[in-house]
Design a protein around this ligand. Structure first.
Ligand SMILES: [Zn+2]
Length: 323
């Protein structure tokens, strides 16, 4: 299902043109952090190059690729722990002619996160003297950690990404109940791997609704004490609560500043409007800082309850001070 969606994406179509025009680059650097999309995309890229029936999913080639059993398609560094020995194996293998097809394909994941720094240097040879009939796909979350000499020899592309609405549709397609899919997609931040993780647990639905309740109900400082014992501020839940708060407050910001951008929450216009009452744009910006500050304190192990208390006071203060 995810593959079908990837096939429709503009970023994939851009790559497919290279194949159709016989202009495959020796190396591609694909930027994007979604681990689930990366895994599925690798199979799709390999099928696009090797399947003779336009990515049919059914021929022996496609079946072998999907099962990671194709002798000309190899995967490296999925865990970021690639060894020098693995790099040597890759290089040796790349200079031998392919067995099953004309093109040999190598995927090196986490190219910006090697535990062994000598590995990318070791691989450099293959980019400087690219063997015939070999395509190497490098995956990285950002270009920053990639050696400049390699960057300049690889064609850069972006990993396909999705809107909140598209992720919701995808989660419903794979059988997630609609309300759960909606919340998971909101929390996904545009990432299928995150969306899938949140879709597994129906408790997020309850937690999400409670976040709205708390933000609409606290109007003065004496209201704060009564919400602090809410489960959303417990040790187990508070970090996801902060993510929800941030998402909600960003939409409040769009509401207050009348920005015409797609909201991150779905079908919550009424609640967002209620939370926005009394807020100026400057006030919401301060409230967002209060959430960031809360996250920082949690990371250094400040007690969740005092983090929550401080944050709720700061949010209220942001509302009234910035009029
Ligand atoms: Zn096929």
């Amino acid at each position: 299902m995810l593959t079908r969606r990837l096939i429709e994406s503009a970023r994939y179509k851009e790559f497919k043109l290279d194949v159709e025009r016989n202009r495959l680059s020796h190396a591609y650097l694909i930027i994007g952090d979604d681990t689930q999309v990366r895994a599925t995309y690798k199979n799709l890229l390999a099928m696009t190059i090797l399947c003779r029936a336009n990515v049919c999913f059914n021929c022996p080639t496609c079946e072998k690729i999907i099962a990671h059993a194709h002798s000309d398609v190899k995967f490296f560094n999925d865990d970021g722990d690639m060894k020098v020995k693995d790099a040597e194996t890759l290089i040796e293998d790349a200079y031998i002619r392919g067995l099953e097809g004309e093109t040999k394909i190598y995927f090196v994941d986490n190219f910006d996160k090697f535990t062994r720094q000598e590995v990318p240097n070791k691989l450099l040879k293959i980019f400087e003297e690219p063997p015939e009939g070999v395509v190497i796909f490098l995956f990285a979350t950002s270009e920053n950690g990639v050696l400049t000499t390699i960057k300049s020899r690889a064609k850069k592309m972006l990993l396909p990404s999705f809107t909140t609405e598209e992720i919701k549709e995808y989660l419903i397609d794979i059988g997630t109940p609609e309300d759960q899919a909606e919340i998971a997609s909101v929390l996904s931040g545009g990432r299928i791997d995150r969306g899938s993780k949140f879709a597994e647990n129906e408790e997020y639905v309850v937690q999400y609704e409670k976040c709205f309740e708390v933000l609409t109900s606290v109007k003065k400082s004496s209201d704060i004490a009564s919400v602090l014992n809410n489960k959303i501020f417990s040790r187990e839940q508070i970090s996801v609560t902060l993510e929800f708060f941030e998402i909600i407050l960003r939409d409040v910001m769009c509401h207050v500043s009348k920005a015409k951008v797609p909201t991150m929450t779905l079908n919550k216009d009424y609640d967002i409007g209620r939370i926005a009452e009394g807020f100026t744009a400057g006030g919401v910006a301060m409230a967002l800082i209060a959430v960031t500050d809360a996250r920082r304190k949690l990371n250094v192990n400040v007690n969740p309850l005092s983090v929550a208390e401080r944050m709720m006071f700061d949010i209220l203060e942001a509302k009234y001070k910035w009029q």
